[in-house]
Write a protein that binds this ligand. Structure first.
Ligand code: NDP
Ligand code: MG
Length: 400
């Protein structure tokens, strides 16, 4: 199998490369033909050399210069938005793992699918902001394989089940880093505290999104598109142990749940080796054998979750606005510029000012994204003063 990995220096990308090493060590033939990242050029070039990749892509021209100096001359070096799209459609790649973070992942997803690649999708933002554009390019049932653990679980649980047998899909949420904090304490929590997730080890944005439960609202939207399921039939359960990742409730009262230790290498490996489940299992009964608790998400406890879920249900450009506003608010929180509770407040305020457009084109989605970022900065400046910082765009370095 020949694969391309986008977002190779991130949490998912690094774990995917570990999985590839493991598979190769067991004699499974996996060739990494193309690798992309953003700014961590040295790390990217190191793995490009290790796996003898034929092409790489980095964020901007300056990064590309640095990469050329670190790589043998026969390695093709691409950069920018155009480069990422080209890499996602690399002629030698059969499977593309998109593990870029944020709205920047959408174009790469569309490029990979349009080129007929099988797509292992970690970049949930692709489905959140452009679900209809993504799904209209999926021509085979198994062309798009989810990497997100909850969706990987549902994907497995739904194998052999017909749509008429399904009552409801359930995804689980750990409740995030602050699940036991009072509303007053939330005003003062620090970025460092937000980045210590109780059960998963992930990139910074998704870790903060887990504390606000915005990540879970994104996952409901993701499930809506992946499994063509209406929003009333997708539920979220708080499950602090993160052992059950997803469950399908059948019409006759049976449930099919998928359990595993919280380790992203498990769904990554499944997406890479689908439809096979390959050994060895990281069996750890001390984790699986614990008491498992489940309860519904309490109303009012996670205001950002509710705001993003409403945006998902509103549809059109609203989820793109929610995602862009969240990216900017999370970045400002991590930079120590706004309190944790301002993420929900800002999201609500920006979404209230947005009039969603139905069935948006890619251009409409990107315009809504830019509008939302500008609006979020306007709101932060008005709310917290002019020292909050300047506007940042998704494709900030792009002319490529
Ligand atoms: P990280 O922040 O750890 O990594 C992000 C990766 O994307 C890095 O390789 C980064 O490059 C690259 N990148 C960022 N911006 C751009 C850009 N504009 N162009 C090209 N590459 C870019 O994120 P995660 O690995 O945690 O998450 C990746 C995706 O997977 C997200 O969509 C997340 O929601 C999803 N996901 C993650 C899970 C997890 O456990 N981490 C679980 C389920 C889903 P560099 O660092 O070199 O700048
Ligand atoms: Mg998940």
């Amino acid at each position: 199998m020949r694969i391309a990995i986008l977002g190779a220096t991130g949490s998912i990308g690094v774990q995917a490369l570990e999985v590839v090493r493991e598979l190769r060590g067991r004699g499974v033939e996996v060739q990494v033909v193309a690798l992309a990242a953003g700014r961590r050029v040295a790390e990217l070039c190191e793995v490009a050399r290790e796996f003898e990749a034929k092409a790489i892509c980095v964020l901007g021209e300056a990064e590309a210069e640095r990469a050329r100096a670190l790589l043998p001359s026969h390695v093709e070096v691409l950069w920018g938005r155009g480069g990422l799209e080209e890499l996602a459609a690399h002629p030698e790649a059969e499977l593309v793992l998109n593990a870029v973070v944020g709205a920047a992942g959408l174009r790469a997803t569309l490029a990979a699918l349009s080129a007929g690649k099988r797509l292992a999708l970690a970049n949930k933002e692709s489905l959140v902001i452009g679900g209809h554009l993504v799904m209209e390019r999926v021509h085979l049932h198994d062309q798009l394989i989810p990497v997100d653990s909850e969706h990987s679980a549902l994907w497995q649980a739904l194998r052999g089940i017909s749509p008429g047998e399904v009552e409801k899909l359930w995804i689980t949420a750990s409740g995030g880093a602050f699940r036991d904090r009072s509303p007053e304490e939330l005003e003062r929590v620090s970025p460092r505290e937000a980045l210590s997730h109780p059960t998963w080890n992930m990139g910074p944005r998704i870790t903060v999104d887990s504390a606000t439960l915005v990540n879970k609202a994104f996952e409901v939207i993701e499930a809506h598109w992946l499994f063509a399921m209406s929003y009333e039939r997708i539920g979220v359960l708080l499950h602090p142990q993160s052992i059950v990742h997803g469950a399908v409730e059948l019409v006759d009262g049976n449930w099919i749940a998928v359990l595993s230790t919280p380790d992203m290498r498990i769904p990554i490996k499944y997406a890479l080796t689908y439809p096979q489940h390959l050994p060895p299992p990281p069996r750890d009964f001390s984790l699986i054998g614990r008491d498992l608790e489940f309860r519904e998400v309490p109303t009012g406890r996670y205001p950002a979750f509710e705001a993003v879920l409403e945006a998902g249900i509103a549809g059109g450009t609203a989820p793109a606005v929610a995602n862009a506003a969240d990216e900017e608010l999370v970045a400002a929180f991590l930079a120590g510029k706004i309190p944790f509770t301002a993420i929900a407040e800002g999201l609500r305020s920006v979404l209230e000012r947005h009039v969603p457009m139905r069935s948006p084109s890619l251009g409409d989605i990107l315009a809504a994204d830019s509008w939302a970022r500008a609006e979020t900065h306007r709101w932060m400046t008005q709310r917290f003063g002019p020292t909050i910082g300047h506007e940042r765009r998704v494709d900030e370095s792009d002319d490529g």
